[in-house]
Design a protein around this ligand. Structure first.
Ligand SMILES: Cc1cc2nc3c(=O)[nH]c(=O)nc-3n(C[C@H](O)[C@H](O)[C@H](O)COP(=O)(O)OP(=O)(O)OC[C@H]3O[C@@H](n4cnc5c(N)ncnc54)[C@H](O)[C@@H]3O)c2cc1C
Length: 387
């Protein structure tokens, strides 16, 4: 694959590649088979400082921007690893960095940077509201210097491995606010105190190794100091954080697409059928070439979105387009890679079927393709609203 520096940050990429090289396919296959959390990998990334890339140097991190974080996530995926085990620490961070108080940042960021605490859980989705986040039902009611939380989240990934959760809950009933985007608040919940005292976590087994869960809140009491920013403004804060999330997930998809394209290209050169390499047939070459072009175009949008974010902007349009294009590019590359490998694409030892299952998620989560198209149609192109 050519390296024309679309993404930049070559030093960081080399270092991530070297670290990931210590966690080969056998490691990920075993974790996948047992649905086990890749603790050793996450620890190694933390110790090397990669998961603290976005934390300012004054709090013990490296003070890098989102574009550098995107390069880290992309390289993790391009090495064949499963970055879903730790990506939230990167994208949740932005909400705390942009809207957290000085006290919250001083309290938590150095401990997150050192690895003493993990910030890996993001509690937004609920079973009944689905994509319609504004209808969520989990409530946090102020009671003196505490909030009492009741409700349920679903798909809260890495809740069992995290010490902290960023939680979105309703603090003012929907019929008492002027705009439906008001009345939601963000909390940084210390799960070490919460589990067993009003918070219950139940794992959900999925088609890939993703450590995802359901989380139940039953009169969970949290300190008022857990509130991030102003009460009732949480939806605005979370939207900005979601742009960072979409850009980083898109970068992961680019890494996946590169992995699939590289594997397919290598196999097409070496696999001999009818006395010649299968890659000599244009019927095999063209799908690989098309995926390469699709991935490169998406990659440009990912870095454009990241750079706008790093300049202090709120690139909703670019972040959504990056996520749409990159998730489609990685899924197209996944399908092409299986096809290029024929029957061997289905054999566990090639890692392709595992990466194929992992890559499938990203046209659905953290936001589905339809909802991105709806955002572009209604908010960017100003077409009539459908909901
Ligand atoms: C493995 C996994 C991990 C996850 N991790 C997290 C996490 O850590 N934290 C978290 O908060 N959430 C997480 N999620 C949730 C994820 O963000 C949601 O699954 C995703 O946003 C889609 O929401 P939904 O599943 O409720 O689908 P629904 O909203 O029920 O939608 C179902 C389908 O209908 C389509 N649809 C719905 N409404 C419309 C419309 N108006 N027009 C057109 N199409 C529409 C959608 O595009 C989708 O294809 C995770 C999900 C999975 C599967």
């Amino acid at each position: 694959m050519t390296n024309d520096d679309i993404g930049g940050h070559e030093d960081i990429r080399d270092a991530v590649r070297a670290l990931c090289g210590e966690f080969p396919g056998e490691y990920w296959r075993a974790k996948d088979r047992d649905r086990a959390y890749p603790d050793e990998f996450v620890k190694a990334l933390t110790e090397a400082g990669f998961l603290a890339a976005l934390i300012p140097e004054s709090y013990g991190g490296s003070g890098l921007g989102l574009d550098a974080a995107a390069a880290i996530m992309e390289e993790i995926q391009a090495s064949g690893a499963n970055g879903a085990s730790c990506h939230a620490q990167m994208y949740i961070m932005n909400t705390l960095l942009r809207y957290g108080s000085e006290a919250q940042k001083a309290d938590y960021l150095p401990k997150i940077a050192s690895g003493e605490l993990r910030l890996q859980a993001f509690g937004v989705s609920e079973p009944t509201s689905g994509t319609d986040t504004l209808s969520l039902r989990t409530v946090a009611v102020r009671d003196g210097d505490r909030y009492i939380v009741n409700g349920q989240k679903i798909w809260t990934s890495r809740a069992e491995q995290s010490d902290l959760m960023l939680l979105l809950a309703r603090t003012t009933p929907r019929d008492e606010v002027a705009s439906k985007t008001e009345g939601l608040s963000i909390f940084l919940v210390d799960m070490r105190e919460a589990v067993g005292s009003g918070m219950t976590i139940k794992p959900i087994r999925t088609m890939m190794n993703h450590s995802t869960t359901e989380v139940f809140f039953d009169d969970l009491s949290i300190p008022a100091s857990a509130l991030i920013g102003e009460e009732g403004k949480g939806f605005r804060y979370i939207l900005s954080g979601m742009n960072a999330e979409r850009i980083l997930i898109a970068a992961e998809c680019i890494g996946d697409a590169k992995w699939f394209i590289e594997r397919a290209t290598a196999y097409a050169k070496e696999r001999q059928v009818f006395g010649r390499p299968i890659g000599q047939n244009q019927g095999v070459q063209f799908p690989i070439a098309r995926c390469y072009a699709q991935m490169r175009a998406a990659e440009l949008m990912v870095h454009h979105a990241a750079r706008v974010y790093d300049e202090g902007g709120n690139p909703g349009e670019q972040a959504n387009m990056a996520k749409l294009l990159a998730s489609e590019a990685s899924w197209a590359a996944a399908d092409m890679c299986v096809q290029t490998h024929g029957g061997f694409g289905f054999a566990e030892e090639y890692d392709i079927e595992r990466k194929f299952r992992e890559a499938r998620l990203y046209t659905v989560a953290p936001i589905s393709t339809n909802l991105i198209l709806s955002y572009l149609a209604e908010h960017v192109l100003k077409l009539p609203r459908s909901y």
